[in-house]
Structure formats: structure tokens, C-alpha cells
Ligand binder design. Sequence first.
Ligand code: TRH
Length: 397
Amino acid sequence: MSSATSQPEQAADTPSAIACDIFCAVIDNFGDIGVCWRLARQLASEHGWQVRVFVDDLHAFQKLCPSLTLGHARQTVDGVVVEHWHEPAHAGDTLEVADVVIEAFGCELPPIYIAAMAARERTPVWFNLEYLSAEDWVADFHLRPSPHPRYPLTKTFFFPGLGPGTGGVLKERHLDGARADFEASPSTREAWWRQTTGHAPPPAGATVVSLFSYENPAVDSLLEQWRDSAEPVVLLVPEGRISGSVARFFDLPAFGAGSHAARGNLSAHALAFTDQPGYDTLLWASDLNFVRGEDSFVRAQWAAKPFVWHIYPQADDAHLPKLDAALAHYARTLPADARDALARFWRAWNGMGRPDWTEFQRHLPALRQRAAAWARELAQVGDLAGNLALFAKSQLK
Ligand code: TRH
């Protein structure tokens, strides 16, 4: 399910294919490379671009792309050239400047590369790809040009967003079809459960919850509420930063991939960290998804299932207006009581109050409906890779 079914507009190895370099510095976790890798594959497979990714942390990258080989300075994976960007001044063994240059999340291009961009006969289109925010100001700043102070170069700010006038968010052309295939096939679902958890799928009536989160003090109370809940809850926990809390709850030394535990009405499976397509399947297999950061937050929206967002925490609570801005979009058409319950639950999961599972669960039918409607609404903003490719091509003419 990982490969795009639609044909690229142009074969990637034709001489006229647009060349694109993406520079990615991994600050922490997986979101920086997660977004860059998804964008790179899409530009290559759906738009026929010749894409090269410079990334400074191959270990983080390999977690979500296991076919990557550590220690290789340059390799090709899924039709994308991957260069290990080993120091800020390094720009590959041979300096080649692409037609389109994407500086992800303000990572700062190597100075020699910028100088070579300025010297290039045909000036490249230079993007600064920003982090996703649902705030209103994003539409005003999206595609704003910023002239370089010394070179005759212009950098364009590309802002992902959830509303009209923004760059949108990444969505592969094949994604909805792949999800529909999974959801329509009980045997695929059954095989997924056996392979991923070692167990048969849970009976109807159980609520399946995937849990991908930073360390979170609210999890202790939630685990207790699930244990004591009237209906069974089946928890799927990819190995990571929340695993320690789950282990402590079950009095286990660790909750590594392959572990299982049960208490009261709660049973839990620890899962191995998968590649990105595998993570989508986990979201589709669950009734409710706890997600975090940026890319998993977006994937949960395309999964069209209720979700709870652990936003990336920033100094001085700068993330809180972003949380509320996302809620304003996502919860817009919900009935008032469901909207309030969702907002309370999301805020509690982000450090403000105690999550109330009974109240939240009561609204799951309304949240399910809204999740499906929201996925359709969000698709109207257009896919980020498509929006970026369209703008780049208009500048290259
Ligand atoms: O890992 P994140 O928290 O990433 C980030 C970074 O912290 C980054 O610095 C910050 O700026 C950004 O958030 C906002 O969360 P995110 O963005 O959801 O990235 C996780 C990626 O890992 C995503 O592409 C999905 C992928 N993934 C897998 O491929 N397999 C898995 O099993 C799981 C659990 C996730």
C-alpha cells in the first residue's frame, strides 16, 4: 500500500524533470524528517520530480524508513536520492543546485549552496517550508517573498495550514483508496491484527485506541478510567516516549514491542515502530487515535476517525493558541455539547485539567461523523505537495 497508484506527470529520469533539493535538520523526534520524507516521495512519485533529500540524522530517518542504510553518504530510496548532510557547510560531494530548493523549517542552507544558487544561470525557486499551524495569520503570510540581503535571490515562505489560502497539508493521491480497501476487507483487518499484535481482532463493542504521545501526566488517570470503564478498551502503543508510563501502570519493567498486558476492562499491546504506511494502517485499524506533533496529527485527520492531539509543547505556552486554532477548525460544526467535551478532553491531554473518558466517550458518535466531514472539508484546501509544485512551476516559467 506504500506506492502511489497514479502515474507521475513526467518520468523522474527524463532530462526535463524538475530537480528538487530538500534540506532537513532533525531537531528532535520524527516530525521534521517525517514531513520531508513524505513530501519528497510525493514530489517524486506523483509529480515526476527528481528529488534529493539532505538529512543530518539518518538514525531518526531509518526508524520510519527501515530500507535506509545507515553509514551511506548517498543512496536512493523509493526513487529519492538521500544524502547524509553531515555538517552545516556540507552540500553533497559535488555541488549541484536544483531547480526547486526547499529549506525545511528554517534549517539554513549551506552558505556555498546559497552562493551557487545565486550564480546559477536559471535562478532556483527557493522555499522555506514552515511548521503547520491552524492560526488565522498563516493565510496572510503564506507565499510571502523575502529577498536575500546580499544575493539576487528570493525565498518564499510556504505555510502549511488547515484553512483556505494556506499551503494545505500533505495528502497522497492513493491515500483514500488505500484506506477504503483496508476498511472494506475483514480478512485484511484480521491479518493485520494477527501480524501486528499476535492476537485476533477484538470483539465488536471494544474501543480500539492507538496511543502515540509525548510523556504525559494525564495518561495515569486515563489508564485507570479505561481499566474501570463499562466497555472494553484495547490500547495499541507504538514503542516510544509514553511507553514508560504504560509499563508503570501495569507494574512492568518496560512496555517494549511485543508486550501485552491487561487490567480490568483495559488490555494493551505494545507495537514496534513501523514505516510511515504502516502507521497509517494503525490509524485506520483504531476507533480513536492519540497523535502528536505535526505529521501524525495530519494523518489522523485523513484517517477520518476521532482523534486527540498532543501538541508539541513550546516555551511560554506558545502552543496553546495553536491548539485552540486547530479546535476552531476541527470542531466548527459539532453540536455545542460535543464541541465542549472535545475541547475539554484535548486541553486536559495538553496539561489543563483531568481527561474525562466517560464524557468524551458519550460524544464518540458525533465525533465520528465530524471526523469524516472534516476530512472532506480539509481536502478542499488541496494537497501541500500539489500546491507547492503548482506554485514552483508558475515561477519556473
Ligand atoms: O515525532 P514528532 O513529535 O515530531 C515533531 C518533532 O518533535 C518536531 O521537531 C516538531 O517540530 C514537530 O513534531 C511538530 O511527531 P510527528 O510530527 O507526528 O512525527 C512522527 C512521524 O513518525 C510521523 O511521520 C509518523 C511517523 N511514525 C511512523 O512512521 N511509524 C510509527 O510507528 C509511528 C508511531 C510514527
